[in-house]
Design a protein around this ligand. Structure first.
Ligand SMILES: Cc1cc(N2CCCCCC2)n2ncc(-c3ccc(F)cc3)c2n1
Length: 256
């Protein structure tokens, strides 16, 4: 059992809660929202929130790995984020480079493997190199997969899958009647996660309760937990609280 202290929202009392080690969600996906608001509340530039948010990535990735999560997917940059101010986009595109230098040695120590899904060919060359290096240097790790969604969009992912299947049909290699959910699964960017491709738990921070074009196909049966704190304030306890909430809904009774 993992125990953690929780402040009861209704009574205000601090209580010790237990997580069931046999019911840790195998795949946790997080929409890391609220970085800009966190900075604005402190009268800091928005990019200060992104910088602090990257420290939270390391804290939460380490905590998830220790709890036994097998895949942690983090929504780092969406296909819609290109609409942000140029200065902010340029800063965000440098974060994978900073991450590689600052955190990859710690990830290797925790046996965490980096994977990236998205249209990475559209990223600046330096960002693409940092992504390639992070993947290559953690390739040998056999523990948790830390999967960054980078220049990723759920609708674009499905369009690409449909285009690929249409090409197969056009080439005479696939009959339309043979297209099923498995056919589409195999064309998605999560295909190489095999049986772990669909998140068991989706967390979104900062109070918003929407998907924002994130893993639209894969979250069909996921539990959603929306938390109030901004991503830079998210931590191990917040992750444990979200997993506790998941376990209350996804109760395992004996061998079920
Ligand atoms: C664009 C962007 C933004 C980004 N944020 C920090 C976390 C808060 C939310 C957005 C800002 N983080 N955090 C880690 C990465 C990253 C991506 C790929 C990779 F291989 C290694 C690290 C990252 N990438």
């Amino acid at each position: 059992m993992f125990s953690f202290l929780n402040k009861n929202q209704s009574t205000g009392e601090v209580e010790e809660l237990q997580l069931d080690e046999a019911n840790i969600p195998a795949h946790v996906a997080i929409i890391m929202d609220g970085n800009g608001r966190w900075a604005q509340q402190r009268h800091l530039p928005r990019i200060a929130g992104h910088k602090q948010g990257m420290d939270t990535v390391k804290t939460v990735a380490t905590a998830a790995s220790h709890l036994g999560v097998k895949v942690l997917t983090l929504y780092a940059f969406s296909t819609e984020n290109w609409k942000r101010p140029t200065a902010e986009v340029n800063y965000l595109m440098k974060l994978p480079v900073d991450f590689f230098g600052a955190f990859v040695p710690d990830l290797i120590k925790n046996n965490i493997r980096v994977k990236v899904m998205g249209y990475t060919d559209k990223l600046p060359a330096a960002t693409q190199k940092a992504v390639r290096d992070a993947i290559a240097d953690t390739q040998h790790c056999t523990g948790m997969v830390l999967n960054f969604a980078l220049n990723y969009g759920g609708r674009a992912e499905i369009v690409t899958a449909v285009q690929n299947l249409a090409e197969e049909v056009k080439a005479g290699r696939l009959d339309p009647s043979a297209i099923d959910e498995a056919s589409i699964d195999q064309q998605l960017m999560t295909a190489d996660l095999d049986e772990l491709r669909d998140p068991d738990l989706l967390i979104r921070t900062s109070g918003e309760e929407r998907l924002s074009n994130f893993m639209l196909w894969q979250v069909a049966y996921s539990e959603f937990v929306f938390t109030q704190q901004h991503w830079p304030d998210f931590d191990q306890t917040a992750l444990e609280q979200a997993i506790y909430e998941y376990q209350q809904r996804h109760r395992r009774f004996g061998g079920l």
